[in-house]
Design a protein around this ligand. Structure first.
Ligand SMILES: NC(=O)c1ccc[n+]([C@@H]2O[C@H](COP(=O)([O-])OP(=O)(O)OC[C@H]3O[C@@H](n4cnc5c(N)ncnc54)[C@H](O)[C@@H]3O)[C@@H](O)[C@H]2O)c1
Length: 432
């Protein structure tokens, strides 16, 4: 099936190369010239394990092509998959400008027999509005097909999603068939529903996952106060069949999805006149949690942080990605710098992406040992293997007393760290 993917960021690059790997004839387009040039030479715009290889394979096979939007002179095929960004607007609403621009561009081409497949995360109700505001008159069909892939394991998630959710107009079997054709060969449960419910599944999923994180982080704070261990509590919770997986306490959620999607759902509730207090709490807990290393440092150093040297290990919002959008590291480092702390930071992949967003005074270094050199304290924010398995005895030798370690992901062995001479603190682990 010929498919055009519009927007070649994290989701678009994975989708385009994944659809090509499944045998479709794929054209990927973007308005970012650099991105298109890079992809044309087989280089993905983001770091994601296996993505470069998959892009290169598609180019070699000849069924994966990339063009700048202005160079497209051919029909779009059976499906135009929209994967443009939906960043937060200042008001708290979702900025739909990229999506609207993509829709206008599609409409202007007056395509025959085309289904727009919306993979971008758009607020519940948006798809219906797109249809009413011109798509329907243009004879273009529409399917909401939210994307659930996780950065860091995006290719595996694309190949084996735990569900495929499709929202179409009642009785629009043609739009449904196109989405099913796109995913032919993928063995996953389908949920076919109306457009608005499909959109809501995506927001509800992210809000639920974010809620679990804020929940466990509040329990971790309580654990610290009463002398319980969050590790034991998380184990105990996970043994309850109704709970599902183990939930990890830490410095909070980040990334391009959870923060913006929870805020967007909260804004939707506000503008819909519905009181959803829980979401506000989830956001507030997370904002505080990102700064938990700052609070711990103040406690450790009796408030005065000016002149301290602090190593920050991990800048990406999670391991195996270079994405720092809304990462806890950005909020924490800005606060540390504001208080006069000298920050030395290391991340295996996010040096460049973070460097663009951090104060110029932050020193980016090449490995964990350098980040901790002459530092009195270190904050572990991303549990990269390179960080968890770093040369901790070597780090102990390089740091200055009190060798304070704030393990923001509870990724290190508390006992071992103390044996090495660190003053170790985790999240909800004071009892350890
Ligand atoms: N990143 C994730 O892990 C993830 C997971 C699931 C869903 N999503 C959702 O998928 C969407 C895309 O996310 P992303 O992280 O890939 O975004 P991104 O910002 O990395 O990429 C968006 C791309 O769209 C391009 N673009 C913007 N306007 C365009 C236009 N009019 N025509 C063509 N290209 C255009 C940009 O140049 C950019 O390359 C968002 O709605 C996001 O919420 C993201």
């Amino acid at each position: 099936m010929k498919i055009t993917v519009i927007g070649l960021g994290y989701v678009g690059a994975v989708a385009a190369s994944g659809l090509a790997a499944a045998g479709h004839d794929v054209l990927g387009i973007d308005i970012d010239r650099q991105r298109v040039d890079a992809l044309q030479s087989g280089v993905a715009p983001v770091y994601e394990f296996g993505l470069n290889e998959r892009v290169a394979a598609g180019r070699r096979e000849g069924n994966l092509r990339f063009l700048h939007r202005d160079e497209v002179a051919e029909p779009l095929g059976k499906a135009a998959v929209i994967t443009t960004g939906t960043p937060p607007a200042d008001s708290g609403a979702v900025d739909l400008n990229q999506v609207r621009a993509a829709l206008e561009w599609i409409k202007a081409r007056q395509p025959d027999d085309l289904v727009v497949v919306m993979k971008s995360t758009v607020p519940p109700g948006a798809g219906q509005r797109f249809l009413q505001q011109g798509l329907q008159q243009s004879g273009i069909r529409y399917a909401a097909n939210p994307e659930f892939l996780r950065e860091g394991r995006a290719l595996a998630d694309w190949d084996a999603p735990d569900r495929i959710v499709v929202g179409v107009e009642p009785g629009d079997d043609q739009a449904l068939a196109v989405v099913q054709g796109m995913h032919a060969g993928i063995d996953a449960p389908y949920l076919v529903t109306d457009i608005t419910s499909a959109e809501m599944v995506k927001y509800a999923s992210n809000a639920f996952l974010a809620t679990r994180i804020s929940f466990i982080n509040e329990i971790a704070s309580l654990c610290d106060r009463v002398g319980a261990s969050i590790d034991a509590v998380s184990d105990g919770l996970a043994l309850d069949g109704r709970t599902g997986v183990r939930i990890h306490a830490g410095v909070g959620y980040g990334g391009s999805c959870f923060p913006k999607d929870v805020r967007a759902l909260d804004y939707l509730a506000l503008t819909s006149g519905v009181n959803v207090e829980l979401l506000q709490s989830v956001i507030n807990v997370n904002n505080r949690q990102r700064l938990s290393p700052l609070y711990a440092l103040r406690e450790q150093f009796n408030g005065g942080l000016a002149g301290l040297r602090v190593g920050v290990l991990g800048l990406a919002f999670k391991p195996d990605t270079d994405d720092v959008r809304d990462a806890p590291s950005l909020a924490l480092i800005q606060a540390l710098v504001d208080e006069g702390v000298a920050v030395q930071a290391f991340d295996p992949q996010a040096r460049e992406t973070a460097g663009r967003r951090l104060p110029a005074t932050v020193r980016m270094v090449d490995n964990p040992v350098q980040a901790c050199d002459q530092a009195q304290a270190v904050a572990l924010l991303t549990e990269w293997r390179e960080i968890v398995e770093a040369d901790w005895p070597g780090i102990a030798g390089k740091m200055r007393p009190p060798r304070f370690v704030f393990d923001g992901r509870n990724a290190l062995d508390a006992g071992e760290m103390r044996r090495l001479g660190f003053d170790y603190v985790g999240v909800g682990r004071r009892a350890l």
